[in-house]
Each structure stands twice: as C-alpha cells, then as structure tokens.
Design a binder for this molecule. Structure first.
Ligand SMILES: NC(=O)c1ccc[n+]([C@@H]2O[C@H](COP(=O)([O-])OP(=O)(O)OC[C@H]3O[C@@H](n4cnc5c(N)ncnc54)[C@H](OP(=O)(O)O)[C@@H]3O)[C@@H](O)[C@H]2O)c1
Length: 254
C-alpha cells in the first residue's frame, strides 16, 4: 500500500513524509521542483521506499497522464495508492476591492482545481480496481470564519472542503474516506512574512488563543491520524489544527 503526498516538499507535506517514512510506509511524492524532491528523498533515508514525480498539478494535461501512470504502476506492483494527502496550496492576503480576477482564478486553480484533479484520480482508481482509500485535503481556518483580506483564499479553501465532503458522501459505502484538515497560521514559507521577525511573530501569535504559531509537524500528525486505520470510522469531517484561531474567543487579558 502506498501513500501519495502532493506538495511533498512543502513545510506540512515534508513533515508528513518524514513521519510516514519513519513507519516504513511506501511513499509517492509529488511537487514541481525535482531537485527539492531529490533532497527530500535523501533526507528520508534509504530505508524508506520512495517514488517521486516532479509535476505541476495546475497543468492537468501533463499531470493527469503522469499520475495515472504512477497509480497504475503502484497497483501493478501490488501496492495501490490507498492513502492521499493533498498538501498543495497557496495564499493571497488582499481585500476584495484590490483582488483581481487573475488572483481569484489563481487561488481556485492552485487550491481547489488541483485537489479536484488528484482526488478524482485516486477515487477512480479505488473504485475501478476496488481497494480502500483514505484521503485528506488541506483547507484552512480562513474558509470557516470571516478573516479580513482572505476573500479569495477563503473561498478557494471552502471549495476544497466542499469537494471533500461531497466526495466523502458519494463514496462512503465504497471504502473511501475523505476528511479535511484546516490549519491556522503554521510556520512555513507561505507564512514567512507574518513571522519573519520576533516582533511580527509575537503580533501574529497574539491573534491565536493558544498564544503561538502552529508547527508543520502538528498539522502533519493530524493528517497522518486521519489517514490511519485508527480513523477507520471517521469520514466527512473538518478538523482544525489552529490553537483555536478563528473558532475560540477567550476573554481579553487584563
Ligand atoms: N502554512 C499555513 O499557515 C497554512 C494555513 C492554512 C492552510 N495551509 C495549507 O496547507 C497546505 C500546505 O501548506 P504549507 O504551509 O506546507 O505550504 P508550502 O510550504 O508552500 O508547500 C506547498 C507545497 O506545494 C507544492 N506546490 C505548489 N504548487 C504546486 C503545483 N502547482 N503543483 C505541484 N506542487 C505544487 C510546493 O512545492 P513546489 O513549489 O516545488 O512545487 C510545496 O511542496 C496548503 O494547502 C496550504 O494552503 C497552510
């Protein structure tokens, strides 16, 4: 059995790859940059069974046949892709009147359309040559509350969550589970500008009830749990990993 991680070279994807490689899980890792995929594979060590695919998932004309071939090869090797973590994503922080149509389309393409492409392929594979599938899509707390200047990314991440929940409902009786992890502000290149200096990090942390920025390993561990057999009866859920950001409203400190 193989776990497909897209966005594998990112903060959350690479943390998940490291956690799963440590348990001996065969991995199929996807991101655009072949050099970063090679570096990640070297870090994971020779004990891990790792296949990499350098693909731009926005270019579905190239990505779909390449992924189909990789899924078919895994199936033929007796290790079908039975787990998917889609960790590709982006962000734009801009109020609506400054958001261009191109920004809007870009957020939907990177977040929602890539999720559609990858999830569809994995679900189709799981029902054609029947085998169980657990998938996790990554949304964001900004899809589940009103966050200023997050109109485009919030809408795109809400689309990701709706895609996951509809798919979970359609295939619940076919051994397919689909869940959503919605991180809050988490340390990564995407959020570097909010935590670039101790003062910036302190300002950001003050907006989070737990009082700190999330770590990519914490989001990865939650994805790993939802993919695992320990979550065998969990499907169609959105789990925030956010220290309460956006959902809890503590009393102000005196
Ligand atoms: N960090 C946060 O605070 C935060 C908060 C809420 C939600 N999220 C979500 O969490 C997920 C992971 O985020 P992260 O913080 O780990 O971000 P990250 O470090 O920027 O990782 C993004 C990953 O996606 C890959 N990628 C981007 N565009 C791609 C494309 N078109 N085709 C294939 N691969 C592509 C990147 O690698 P290449 O550039 O090499 O392709 C990288 O591996 C994303 O969905 C993000 O929106 C993050």
């Amino acid at each position: 059995m193989t776990t497909l991680i897209t966005g594998a070279t990112g903060a959350i994807g690479s943390a998940l790859a490291a956690q799963l490689a440590a348990t001996g899980t065969p991995l199929l890792l996807v991101a655009r940059d072949a050099g970063r995929l090679d570096a990640l594979t070297a870090q994971l060590g020779s004990a891990a069974s790792v296949t990499t695919l350098a693909l731009d998932l926005r270019d579905s004309a190239a990505a779909v046949p390449a992924l189909q071939a990789a899924l078919a090869a895994a199936l033929a090797a007796g290790r079908p892709v039975n787990r998917l973590a889609h960790c590709v994503g982006s962000t734009v922080v801009r109020p609506l009147h400054l958001t261009q149509e191109a920004d809007w389309r870009e957020q939907f393409e990177i977040n929602a359309t890539t999720a559609f492409t990858v999830l569809k392929l994995c679900v189709t594979g799981a029902i054609k040559a029947p085998h169980p599938l657990a998938a996790v899509l990554v949304s964001s707390v900004v899809a589940h509350g009103g966050f200023a200047n997050h109109e485009a990314i919030g809408a795109a991440k809400a689309a990701v969550a709706a895609l996951a929940l509809g798919t979970a409902a359609s295939y619940a009786d076919k051994g397919v589970r689909v869940n959503v992890v919605a991180p809050g502000l988490t340390r990564s290149t995407l959020t570097q500008r909010f935590i670039a200096t101790p003062a910036a990090e302190a300002r950001s942390a003050a907006l989070i009830p737990s009082g700190r920025i999330g770590e990519p390993g914490e989001v990865a561990a939650t994805i790993g749990f939802l993919l695992s057999d320990a979550a065998a009866h969990i499907t169609g859920q959105v789990l925030q990993v956010s220290g309460g950001q956006g959902s809890l409203h503590p009393l102000p400190k005196a």
